[in-house]
Design a protein around this ligand. Structure first.
Ligand code: G6P
Length: 612
């Protein structure tokens, strides 16, 4: 949540920062701003709305400066407005700061500062922290870095901040706790950002700053210190990411590009790991910790949003193939409800960004209690990846569209391989089924290509139902979490109210909503629940509901009953979610498109939720 960018070096900072903010807009886009420094003078420009509006508003203004910081905001404290946009300036006007995160005890600090005569121009916690730093600096007559260190020791909450001062024309001071910060190392220049996407075109050498570290960044020097003022050695990582991966590549939207990337992203995820010819699944993180999985009394899966839906599918998979009890927890509930965690409990954390605050904190406390944390993460080097004891990356590539698509299928592919590998080692599945499921999983990229080769029918269905005010999504077994994901995608992208439900449970409530206006999407592929779901379709038809079915190619019953059909190739039910979710992703994309909405940046959402 909130994207931050900084630059210090020989080039003009503004174009670098602006481009960076556009790349980070998926993190929040209700307002944005930049602070530039030249001739010991700070210039701060900020604007409510998307980065393009900031860009328009600064035309003709003084944008000079070879050092600067920029921010794109997802509002937490204070409504989206010019006034609440970052950067904020301190009361003296000497300091400018941007912040991603939440300062929880800001009201207390604000009161203290107000009693000393401070006045605040915004409603933000950030402005409070900034003036707190300035106040410490003045009272102790100390360096800015020292004042920051003292302030951060008082602060409760999460932050990644970048700070510049008009009496130091080349230095950015940064600090992080709980919100990500990457520093790109150039030749005589440094780039700072919430993730690597603004940095990638300038350098591939980066340092991921750790929690409780302060970075003093000058054009040709990077000093890392902990809050105890001890120097830390920066650990330089090489980025394995190409610029093309974070651009639209001819598609109108990132979401559409990412849906269409799935044959490749799943192939990349399986590559070198899933080896049906030799009957092997190569996953070092599982291999090296097989005992922990085999002897686990239970597995707890912790995640949020779409990743939580992947977790629900993993529950079905792991219980069926490995016979290990699984609980799936919303990270935000798990972290606060004092869950029972024993030493050696296995926790699987699922996260695209690897930065979701609730998931991160839930894992930190479980790890402290002795749990073994296995991360299923997309963003390489992210906080959750680093916190995990072991893990498996999904290798889905950067996902920019706010609604998760290819990261979800990457998570499923990893979780399926994990369940197969553990189940086979535990002898809870026999070799025949193990090999058959491996081959089915291997066939997924080609089968998704078949779905994507003809999206015309899905576009037509989207246009037909785009004005509906509600949707119901129903599925059973492995397709029940897919129904939840279909409903979430539609809500996110089209702002149509949608509910996902187990198809049989529908009789205990949602059926009251059914009338001739309600579209009901059935995820009704050929599986062991098929006959049952046929009956559920009839129950809806009997009440004049409109049925849109995701059905299996060759099925001659469901297509005859449904008003509209989206077909997917046949595959084992354990693997089926990887196919059945794709038409639902496309349906929500096209409904959003026909409604004229910004599908890549839906209102109020953010891709990476780094506040709780
Ligand atoms: C946000 C995103 C969702 C995502 C969820 C969890 O709500 O908009 O797409 O599923 O966070 O994020 P994570 O990065 O932990 O998977």
């Amino acid at each position: 949540m909130c994207g931050i960018v900084g630059y210090t070096g020989p080039r003009e900072a503004y174009p670098i920062i602006l481009k960076g903010l556009k790349r980070l807009e998926y993190r929040g886009y209700d307002s944005s701003g930049v602070a530039l420094l030249s001739n010991n003078k700070l210039k701060v420009y900020k604007k409510k709305g998307k980065v393009a509006e900031l860009e328009d508003s600064v035309i003709g203004l003084d944008l000079q400066g070879t050092i600067g910081i920029g921010h794109t905001r997802w509002a937490t404290h204070g409504e989206p407005s010019d006034r609440n946009a970052h950067p904020h300036q301190s009361q003296s006007g000497e300091l400018a700061m941007i912040h991603n995160g939440i300062i929880e005890n800001y009201t207390q600090i604000k009161k203290e500062l107000e009693s000393k005569g401070y006045h605040f121009k915004s409603d933000t916690d950030t402005e409070v922290l900034l003036n707190f730093i300035e106040d410490i600096k003045i009272n102790n007559n100390c360096a800015l870095e020292e004042a920051l260190r003292i302030a951060l020791k008082r602060v409760v909450g999460a932050y990644c901040i970048l700070l510049i001062s008009n009496d130091d024309p080349t230095t950015i001071i940064a600090a992080r706790k709980g919100s990500p910060l990457v520093i790109g190392i150039g030749k005589g220049e440094h780039f700072l950002a919430s993730d690597a996407s603004p940095i990638i075109e300038y350098t591939k050498e980066v340092v991921y700053v750790n929690d409780y570290e302060i970075a003093i960044v000058k054009p040709d020097e990077l000093i890392l210190k902990n809050l105890g003022n001890e120097k830390q050695t920066p650990f330089i990582t090489k980025l394995d990411m190409e610029l093309a991966a974070i651009e639209k590549g001819g598609y109108d939207h990132f979401m559409l590009k990412e849906i269409h990337e799935q044959p490749n992203s799943i192939f990349d995820c399986l590559r070198g790991r899933l080896l049906p010819q030799s009957g092997q699944i190569m996953m070092g993180g599982i291999e090296n910790n097989m005992d922990a999985f085999i002897h686990a009394n239970r597995i707890v899966i912790v995640a949020c949003g779409t990743s939580w839906h992947a977790g629900l599918i993993a529950e079905y998979l792991i219980e069926e193939l490995c016979r290990i009890p699984v609980e799936v927890e919303y990270a935000s509930e798990f972290r606060y409800r004092n869950p029972v965690i024993h030493k050696g409990d296995v926790i699987i954390a699922i996260s695209q960004s690897g930065e979701t605050a609730d998931t991160l904190v839930a894992l930190e406390s479980a790890k402290e209690k002795g749990a073994f944390i296995f991360g299923v993460v997309n963003a390489v080097g992210s906080s959750i990846a680093r916190l995990s004891n072991a893990g498996a990356y999904t290798h889905s590539g950067p996902e920019i569209g706010v609604a998760s698509t290819k990261a979800f299928t990457g998570q499923l592919a990893v979780l399926m391989m994990m369940a197969l590998k553990i189940g086979f080692a535990k002898k809870t599945i026999d070799e025949k089924r193990y090999l058959q499921l491996m081959r089915d999983l291997e066939s997924v990229p080609e089968k998704i290509k078949e779905i994507l080769a003809n999206t015309k029918e899905i576009e037509r269905i989207a246009e037909k139902y785009k004005d509906a005010s509600d949707f119901l999504f129903l599925g059973r077994g492995y397709n029940f979490p897919v129904a939840l994901e279909g409903a979430l995608k539609l809500k996110e992208i089209s702002y149509i109210h949608a509910e996902g439900y187990p198809a049989a449970e529908m009789k205990h409530g949602p059926i009251a909503l059914v009338d001739e206006k309600l579209p009901v999407v059935f995820v009704a592929t050929k599986d062991s629940y098929y006959q049952k779901i046929v009956s559920n379709v009839q129950e809806i038809k009997a009440r004049k509901g409109k049925v849109i079915a995701v059905a299996t190619i060759g099925d001659d019953i469901i297509p005859g009953m449904a008003d509209d059909v989206m077909l997917v190739p046949d595959i084992d039910e354990v693997i089926a979610p990887l196919l059945s979710v794709v038409p639902l992703q496309l349906l929500s994309y096209y409904v959003g498109l026909y409604k004229g909405l910004d599908v890549d940046k839906p209102r109020n959402l953010a891709k990476s939720v780094t506040v709780e």
